[in-house]
Structures are given as C-alpha cells and as structure tokens.
Ligand binder design. Structure first.
Ligand SMILES: [Zn+2]
Length: 195
C-alpha cells in the first residue's frame, strides 16, 4: 500500500469528523445526555463517554426546559440521535430553595422584576406572567422523583418520537456512582436488616 493511501484514509477520517453535521453523520453513540452543570458530576467518566460519543446538555439541575426540548428535537430529527439519558445528582443546588425564594433573592440582588424583562434576549417577546416566574427556576424537592419526572416530560413530548430510548439516573456525589431513581441501596440494606 502506498503511503499516500494511509494519509488519504487519515484525511478522510478527519474530514468526516469536521464535516459530521454537514454529512449527516450522528455522534458515535447516537446519544443525547441531559445533566446538571454541577462541577461534581464528571459526566463523561460517569457514562463512559469518549470525545465524539454524545451530545451533552448541561443546565442547573439537569432538568427539562424549553432549550432542552429545542436541543433534543434538533439532535433527534436533524443529527440522527436515537437515545436520551438524563443524569441528575444528590446534593444538587436546585434542592436548596423554593422558586419563590430564588425569585425574591434574584429580584432583590438585581432590582428587576422577572415578569417585566426578556428572559431570553434573543426572543424578547417571550415573557412570563408574574404568577409563573417562580416555576421558571425549576427548583426540586426530591431528586429521585425529579429524575422520573424529567424522563416522563421527555417521553410525553410531541417533538420526541416514541421509539427514542429514554433513561434516567441519579449520580450519587457521596459514592461516585449512579443509581436508578428510588433505588437507594444504603437505605434498602438497613431496612432489610431491621425488618
Ligand atoms: Zn445540580
């Protein structure tokens, strides 16, 4: 084999990487991941992902928002994605306060009324009525329930086809492991022991 063949093969591989979206090549695992922005969640390591494997969306909480739906719809319908994995985590900052408290604190700090400003600067006509503003923060009270709920939100959304696989897990910051929602092993072991 001429050496140029090896160079050409390598160039083709590189072109396919750079021109992936242009050539309609999906990410390696055809996967969209939704997770929290929290620095204690090493998401690639947790899911065993290499560069090129997945589209990864991180926000406060790893919770379904309009931009999650926007990104999921684009990756599924435009870029060949067939699976969604949601990863929330214990000790999440979204567990600490109610939406009302967050609204009050941020309105106080900034001196603006959230119902009176553009929440999305690129879509200034998108406004929330005062009574909905606190729900916009999407604070949660139970991370396991919230995980099930995010999967349900995605499952029932009309922009996400029924044959897209959707799973949800909780990453335990304290153990460095994933669990299925509600499957808290430590509490299950002690309950069984004292029964
Ligand atoms: Zn978090």
């Amino acid at each position: 084999m001429a050496h140029a063949d090896a160079i050409n093969a390598s160039l083709e591989q590189w072109e396919n990487w750079v021109l992936r979206r242009h050539k309609k090549i999906p990410n390696n695992k055809r996967l969209f991941v939704l997770t929290c922005m929290d620095e204690r969640v090493p998401i690639e390591q947790v899911l065993g992902l290499q560069p090129g494997d997945a589209h990864i969306f991180r926000n406060a909480g790893g919770l379904v928002t309009d931009d999650v739906i926007r990104s999921a719809a684009l990756t599924i319908h435009g870029f060949g994605t067939r699976e969604i994995i949601v990863v929330t985590h214990t000790e999440c900052g979204m567990l600490g306060a109610t939406g009302e408290q967050v609204t009050q604190s941020i309105e106080q700090a900034t001196g603006v009324k959230l119902s009176e400003i553009a929440l999305d600067p690129g879509l200034p006509e998108f406004r929330l009525p005062p009574e909905s503003v606190s729900r916009w923060w999407k604070t949660i009270t139970d991370v396991d329930e919230a995980t099930v709920q995010q999967v349900e939100y995605l499952r029932r959304h009309p922009l996400i086809p029924a044959d897209v696989s959707i799973s949800g897990y909780v990453y335990e910051v304290e153990t460095g492991r994933l669990r299925r929602p509600g499957q808290i092993l430590a509490s299950m072991v002690s309950k069984a022991f004292y029964k």
